[in-house]
Unconditional design. Sequence first.
Length: 68
Amino acid sequence: MQLTSAAGMVLFPVLYSHLLQDCMHVSPYTLIFVFAGEVSGCICVFATQLIDLFESLIDALYVRLAET
């Protein structure tokens, strides 16, 4: 994961710098590159919360079944 992050920090600015010559810095696709980390973080938090909720439901079901 650290290697992927480091590669992304190096590659994105290099790839993005060539787009500025064609005035692509005003493109709506730029927002995808700028906010990709935030979107990825939100998806990861949602997935973590969903897994935690699923675990809580399974635990409650197990406790209920163990009491009977």
